[in-house]
Every structure is written in C-alpha cells, then in structure tokens.
Write a protein that binds this ligand. Sequence first.
Ligand code: GLN
Length: 441
Amino acid sequence: VQERLELLKKNAYNTVNSLLEDSALALAAKVDAKIANGEEIGLLEGIPFGIKDVYMVQGTYTTASSDILKNYKSAYTATAIQKLLDAGAIPLVKENCDSFGHGSSSENTIFGAVKNAINPELVAGGSSGGSAVNVAKDYTVFSIGGDTGGSIRQPAGYNNIYGLKPTYGRISRYGIMAYASSTDCVGPLAKTIEDIRIVLNVMSGKDGKDQTTIASTEISEQAISNNNTIKTVGYFKNFIENEAIDPKIKADFLASIEKIKATGIEVKELDFFKSDTLVSTYYTIAMAETASNLSRLDGTNYGNRIEGENLKDTYSITRSENFSEESKRRIVGGNQVLSQGFSDEIYLKGLALRDQISANFEKDFKEVDIIISPVTPNTPPKIGDSLKDPLAMYLSDAYTVGFSLGQLPTLTVPQGTATGLQITGAKNKEQTLLKFANFLK
Ligand code: GLN
C-alpha cells in the first residue's frame, strides 16, 4: 500500500483526483497486525484499489472531475464500493476521468488530461482513463470504473488491460454519479481474468437501493477454466467494412478471427445497424438522460454556487461557469431532444431504435454464443485532438455503444494491439465471457 501510494504521489500521468492516504495506511496497518497475529485474511483483504471519481465514498471528495462539484464531499458510500470495503480491499485513490463520464479521452477534466500508459503522448481513453492507467502501471491492483457507452472497455483497450462492463443491473448503481441511468454500469478493470472474476463476484447482487438490480450467481474459478465450450462466434460485417476503421485495427481483428477459426470454432458474419445509427441513437438517449440527471446541480442543494442578481441568474451563472464545454453541449442537446416539438421526432425515435437494436441482439444470440469486435475503429488519438473534434470523438464510440443500449455484458480482452478485442455475450453470460477470455490467452 505504501509503495503504491508513493508511486501515485509521484504520478506524472494525471490519474489522481484525490489520494486516500491516511485511511489507506490505517487499513493496511490493521491487515498487517492480523497477519502478524497469525489470523487468516480474506481474498481481497489488504488489496489496494482505485475508484473512478464518480463514486460516493463517505467523507471523500467526489468531484466527477468537474468544477461544479470540486468541493463536494460524499455523505455516504456507493453499494459496490461498500462491498469491496467489507471484503477488506483498501481504496488508495479517487481517479481522474472525463467529467461526469462525458468523453472518450479523459481530457474533459479539471485535473489535466490523463496520459496513456503505453505512450504518454496519446490519450488514455475515457471516460475511466485514470482507472485504466493506474492498473496498467501497477499503481492499483484493480480499479472500479463506470461504463455508460464504453468508458471501461475503451480505456482498457487503449492501455492493454482487461475491463468488464457487466450486464445492466448486475451491480448496484446506488452511489454512482448518474450519467445515463438506463445504461450506466459499474465494473472492474484489472490485469488478469481472475482478478476480474473475484471483484465481479464481490460487487454483484440485488440491492434494495437500486430497483433495477438483478440476482446473479457466483462464478467459480473452476467454471471459467480454459477448456472451450463455445461453438459459434459472430461478428458484424459492417463494423469491419466500415470505411472509418483504421487499417491496422482491421488487420489485427481479421487475425483474431483466423486464430479463433483455427481452434475449430465456427465464425459467422452477422448483420447489424450502421455505426452512424448506433452513435446517434446512443447520444440521443445519453444526452437526454444526462440533461435530466444533471439538472439537480444548480448551486442550491448541490454544486459550487456563484451568486447572481436573482435566483434565475444564480442558476444560470453557476451552471454556465461550472460545467465544461462538453457537458454543456450534452445538457443543451439533451434538453433539446426532450423538448416539445422535438421529442417525437428525435427522442421517441431513439427509443424505438433502441428496441430494434435489442431485438437484433436477441436474434443474434440464438445463432452465436459470443459476438466479437474491435473495441474502437481507431487507435488512441494524440492528446489535444479529441477536444478539437467532438463529432470524431463520438464516432470513435461506434463499436461500444450498441452493446450498452442492449444492456449486455461485454469485456475488453487485451491483445497487445492498439485497441483490444471486445467480446460480448447475451444478458447474464459473464461466466461465458470470462471462460472464453481464458481460452483466448
Ligand atoms: N464516450 C461515451 C460518452 O461520452 C461513453 C462514456 C461512458 O461510458 N461514460 O458518452
């Protein structure tokens, strides 16, 4: 714990929003004492981990990397984090990320752009960029990210580690700062499949404080051993015929297909919606939900208040000064698609498309056990580039957002490539995913 805290303090990667140094050292001392006494300790006891700065942890700053909440201290602890604390894991750091999860590069933050662990001139990916880099650089053993449209999978891919977005509802959202409530998922980033399995097991389960949570069964080490049970794997033809795909990513992906075929698994081409449709459907819904979720941050109950001449002015100045350009773009866009005269044409159409996307997945999973794709069509951009071109940034989410709309479990498998392989299963098939990832090693 001490060593990793030192590394985080020296951190030149901009992964740290706040360090939980005193509490981490106190917890570590307790574990040391137990070991010295010859007492048995649990699997996660004493294991240092990081937390994306969108989770409430009582008494810590939870800033969402934003000006509006830069002085906000959590009054309570998120269920998923509480379960890890109960298992004895030690939180070291609240991690830098895109403000409120808005972004794919971890540059939309008041704490400075997070640098990629492999090449510091490139972005770490986002929005859980700090979490991915801390794991990749061994500052934390695992980190807890949040994934609404790709924010765990994409930085995991850019930094060559594992990152799991579980089935929607498998892990409670209570205590995570809401971005788009209908796709927000809590999940782990780690260097091994075994770590992902252990942390997933601890965090999963129904929670009275989140009515969308579902029951799930524990995944045993045995159940994900590397003997293969997968017969058929599918991929979306248009994802790799899409003109926006980087040639290197296409070549790496085609090589993965050949490798899978060589093991005797059947690989099938599948039809799917165009990238543009997926990205517009996702952003319509995500912007609408974030506009609604962030309306509470007006400087009255929450948020840094900037006084104006009257109440309306106070709201307006507080929100204009304290939200980032990217967050404001989404709030304005979201309010527009929800407003009278636009909602039928845009928002309701988005919801209808989402139903069609989910139906398409149901059909696909009658034919194949797993769907594979690259995590992104592009390699990580240079720091500074994404901020200049938000539309290009949205399009880089083309391969992750569809699975989020479908609320499916999906895992980034590092391949030593620029973006990683994304493997997706039907709802609640996390066990199948982890087993297949083990087989691919
Ligand atoms: N890049 C996507 C977005 O900005 C996904 C972010 C996320 O999953 N939090 O919406």
